[in-house]
Design a protein around this ligand. Structure first.
Ligand code: CTP
Length: 404
């Protein structure tokens, strides 16, 4: 593929290099990235420099290699935050067991890990190590953590290792790593020009200034969807109830709300200009009829009876207002009669598709980092395996794209 054709052309790539024998392959990787038209900034760990010289890397990337937090003789500060913002993607190849562990647990004691923690873009990790280190439960658990953060692990190959042993641990060949990145960027450009509304999190319905009716929704699924839409080039409006997760992509406009009524107002204000809306919020079905201005006191009152009123159905309201060409998706979290309930919501709310979670599936639903979903639409139902929420988001959006 020439640089004119490559989806990597013009992309900003941070190439992280750790201290391992496979660092020699990073030179080929760097050359291929540059040949594909990418602008590459190398960040190398102190141990990495024992295996490969910064001179080679800076000559090939035509940029000074970054390794320390500042240049010793001039005091010039290297901003990992700026690098993290600059990057369209970060690829760490080779990633050693030590760096993988630091990334998984936020041990930010070098420039590579601080850049990783600051990166707003997608991160690819290409492990390279001896077969026993690779098979150790600690490495497996740390890689699982990285996947749960939405990072892509480029699995190492099986073959002859520097230790003289044969097994799984060889860093994937540079050509294949480049192919993974090219696929990512080719895919990531599919939603440029589309405007997407996502609702996320719970709603809180006030009883008094200190109490509310709410639910256990963490917002993780909705935020993962928003990030994935943004990564594919869409402009995203994320209307979110109170959650502790944060949105990192600059393409996401985050609108914070508290109650179902506020969420409805924000959604109605933008829906007509959107191509796609995904209703992922766990909206409280009822709100107190009256909200007390003052804290309801225990001593001076009878046991209070809280009269409830029905909240508006945001998905159904948008469903009724939907124009041809707009795509509306909902979620259904069910404990029983899952498929029937989801199908009923699909038609009652005039949705184009519904994503079903069953509370009976371990690892699915509220608060978890994983999810297991079934997508139901007029054409039938499609079951997906248990996966990290960012990967589930990717599956859902892949499906939506087939319907646009
Ligand atoms: N939804 C909404 N507004 C509401 C209730 C639900 O927008 N007031 C949306 C949710 O975001 C989700 C879909 O409708 O996309 C289904 O939500 P769910 O809570 O499963 O359905 P309900 O209609 O509330 O039905 P029930 O609670 O009886 O299962």
């Amino acid at each position: 593929m020439t640089s004119r054709q490559s989806p990597l052309a013009g992309k900003h790539v941070v190439l992280g290099i750790c201290g391992g024998i496979a660092a020699y392959k990073s030179v080929s990787l760097l050359r291929l990235l540059v040949k594909a038209g990418a602008e590459v900034q190398v960040v190398i760990t102190p141990a990495g420099k024992e295996f490969i010289t910064p001179v080679t890397l800076s000559a090939l990337s035509q940029k000074p290699v970054v390794s320390e937090f500042f240049t010793a003789n001039t005091g010039e500060w290297h901003s990992h935050v700026d690098l993290g913002l600059w990057a369209d993607c970060m690829v760490i190849a080779p990633a050693t067991a030590s760096t993988i562990g630091k990334m998984a647990h936020g041990v930010a004691d070098n420039m590579l890990v601080t850049t990783y923690l600051s990166a707003k873009s997608h991160v690819f990790v290409a492990p390279a190590m001896d077969l026993d280190m690779m098979a150790h439960p600690s490495t497996t658990a740390n890689l699982a953590l990285l996947r749960s953060y939405g990072n892509t692990v480029i699995e190492p190959d099986t073959g002859y290792l520097a230790s003289g042993l044969t097994g799984k641990g060889r860093m994937e060949e540079p050509e294949n790593i480049v192919r993974v990145l090219e696929d990512y960027f080719a895919k990531s450009q599919t939603l440029v020009g589309k405007k997407v509304l996502v609702t996320a999190g719970p709603t809180f319905e006030r009883i008094d200034p200190v109490r509310f009716i709410g639910n256990y929704s963490s917002g993780k699924m909705g935020y993962a969807l928003a990030e994935e839409f943004a990564a594919r080039g869409a402009e995203v409006i994320l209307v979110s109830g109170p959650v502790s997760v944060t949105a990192s992509s600059p393409a996401i406009r985050l609108v914070r709300v508290e109650s179902a009524r506020e969420m409805l107002a924000e959604c109605e204000a933008v829906f007509s200009g959107c191509d796609v809306a995904v209703m992922c919020a766990a909206v409280a079905d009822y709100a107190p009829a009256v909200t007390s201005d003052r804290k309801i006191k225990r001593e001076h009152s009878e046991v209070p009876v809280i009269q409830l009123v029905k909240n508006p159905d945001i998905a159904a309201t948008l469903g009724a207002a939907k124009r041809p060409g707009q795509f509306l998706a909902g979620f259904a979290l069910e404990t029983d009669h899952e498929a029937e309930n989801a199908a009923e919501k699909l038609s009652r709310k005039n949705l184009d598709m519904i994503v079903l979670n069953s509370m009976r599936d371990a690892g699915a639903g509220f608060g978890t980092d994983t999810n297991k979903v079934t997508i139901i639409d007029a054409g039938g139902s499609h079951e997906y395996p248990l996966r990290p929420k960012r990967e589930v988001a990717s599956d859902i959006i892949d499906y939506i794209e087939t319907r646009l």
